[in-house]
Design a protein around this ligand. Structure first.
Ligand code: CS2
Length: 487
């Protein structure tokens, strides 16, 4: 079966790139070319190209495995975005991609590509853990072996901040302006965080470089939103049946998409506003609303759902008790928000529940459960701390946090064991192994300072609520524990 490519694309029954791909320049290098990038930022760059501004082709880079390179390079960078909404499917072939490099195979080639004069933007989706920042404090993890390797030899970087520093060093040496660095991960204050990590690394390598980046560089904060579940083999088979060629690089997503970017750039950028991207001076209120309402509920309902055998998000929220639990969580979170002008929280909540209920996405609760140690602080803990400081109850938030703790034991309520997929999994396993009661297990996990800020962990009201929730999960199971919270 032939693959989707420049040679075969014309016959695909989809919206096709309507511009001369051969004339496109590489203006963007994207680090971490997973499904989310392909279904979100790449679509905006594809729109920019379609509008006639041919500066915004995207060179992708994978900082770990060659998987996506092997999917996309044989397809000339083309892939199909499948938008699913109930029974309806909308197909669009994205042409912005200009190939994929694999960082570990040839780091200097990637650095040189990022240092090319045509490149003005470096975007990143490397997941929370890819930034090598302590999740609770945001500090660069200088003890991390790969960070240490980058500090020792920045000419052959391994980490995302390392590639940014190496490429900025090359640009400075060549007399070029820096590129704008746009983090598109769900980190709190993502722009400020990556900026601090990059400056810290640069300062240890060359203080003049750090000063130059601080003065000339730009790291806008962003809020990015689209639900993009991992592609499964059945998705590829189904699409092959529809388009008649095989597309190993396809991605599936919901119709909703949103990108809010702080209006702060070091140089040229596409006309983002004309492309539907919101430019603003204040991203934080958007970010808090999204991280705490969407991602907070996503994580909480995924731990509760996965523990109690709900494989997909739409199935979890179809359970009336878990659905009511999400609403109760949102009632708590809402009091911590300072909604930006133009965001109606009641309408946003309604829309979120409809998005979670999209049964065509097949979004696995276990996918969202991954890397919880990196997600908890911004999704559940920040709002919890604010409610406690205001003397407010945290029953629903505490159950979400306790469900994350239960998940660390690696066994579901039906007794199925699984591997906990989290960079701190070895650490949490060690803490749990040293505790001999549920109370001791909660107390042990609360000592994880990379997750729980010390002041929060030391708050007796917090420990009490989370311990009670953890005990309830053990005695009642996730659904019943949620019922007790919502009743
Ligand atoms: C999800 C997010 O996997 C997860 O942790 O909560 O990827 C979520 O789907 C996106 O942030 C939606 O914008």
């Amino acid at each position: 079966m032939s693959r989707l490519s420049d040679a075969t694309v014309a016959a695909a029954p989809a919206v096709l790139p309507a511009y001369d791909r051969a004339a496109v320049k590489t203006g963007v290098v994207h680090l971490g070319i997973g499904a989310f990038h392909r279904a979100h930022q790449a679509v905006v760059f594809d729109d920019a190209l379609a509008s006639g501004d041919l500066r915004w082709g995207v060179l992708g880079a994978s900082l770990r495995s060659p998987g996506v390179r092997d999917q996309l390079n044989p397809q000339d960078g083309l892939y199909t975005l499948v938008i699913r909404d109930g029974a309806a499917e909308h197909l669009r072939v994205i042409g912005a991609g200009q190939g994929v490099l694999v960082g570990p195979e040839a780091p200097a080639v990637l650095v040189a590509a990022m240092a090319h004069p045509d490149v003005h933007l470096v975007t990143l989706t490397v997941t929370e853990k890819g930034y090598r920042l302590d999740p609770a404090t945001g500090d660069l993890m200088v003890e991390d072996p790969e960070v240490a390797a980058d500090l020792a030899d920045i000419a052959a970087p391994r980490t995302a901040p390392g590639f940014v520093v190496a490429a900025l060093q090359a640009r400075k040496a060549a007399g070029l302006a820096p590129f704008t660095v746009i983090s598109c991960d769900n980190l709190p204050h993502n722009g400020a965080r990556i900026r601090a990590g990059v400056l810290e690394m640069a300062r240890r390598i060359d203080p003049d470089l750090a000063d130059w980046i601080a003065a000339e560089g730009a790291f806008p904060q962003t809020m990015i939103d689209r639900i993009v579940p991992a592609t499964i083999p059945e998705d590829i088979e189904k699409l092959t049946g529809r388009i008649g060629v095989r597309d190993e690089g396809m991605v599936k997503a919901e119709p909703f998409t949103q990108w809010v970017i702080e209006d702060r750039f070091a140089g040229p950028r596409p006309d983002f506003a004309a492309l539907g991207v919101q430019l603003t001076d204040a991203v934080a209120p958007w970010e808090d609303a999204k991280l705490r309402l969407l991602n907070g509920a996503h994580s909480a309902v995924s731990y509760l759902g996965a523990l109690s055998g709900h494989e997909h998000v739409h199935e979890a929220v179809a359970n009336p008790v878990l659905n009511a639990f999400v609403e109760a969580l949102w009632d708590e979170v809402e009091t911590t928000l300072n909604p930006p002008p133009g965001l109606d929280i009641a309408a946003y909540r309604q829309e979120l529940m409809a998005r979670f209920s999209n049964s065509a996405l097949m979004h696995r609760t276990r996918q969202i459960a991954m890397d919880g140690s990196q997600k908890l602080p911004q999704r559940l803990l920040a709002g919890t701390a604010e409610r406690l400081a205001a003397g407010q109850g945290i029953d629903a938030l505490a159950l979400g946090i306790a469900a994350w703790m239960k998940w660390q034991s690696g066994v579901t309520e039906s007794g199925e064991t699984f591997v906990v997929d989290d960079p701190l999994a070895a650490k949490t396993a060690e803490l749990l192994a040293g505790a001999d009661s549920d109370e001791a297990r909660v107390a042990a996990l609360l000592t994880l300072s990379a997750v729980f800020p010390p002041a929060l962990a030391a708050d007796p009201a917090f420990a009490k609520a989370v311990t009670a929730a953890y005990l309830s999960l053990g005695t009642n199971g996730a659904v019943e524990a949620a019922r007790l919270v919502v009743e």
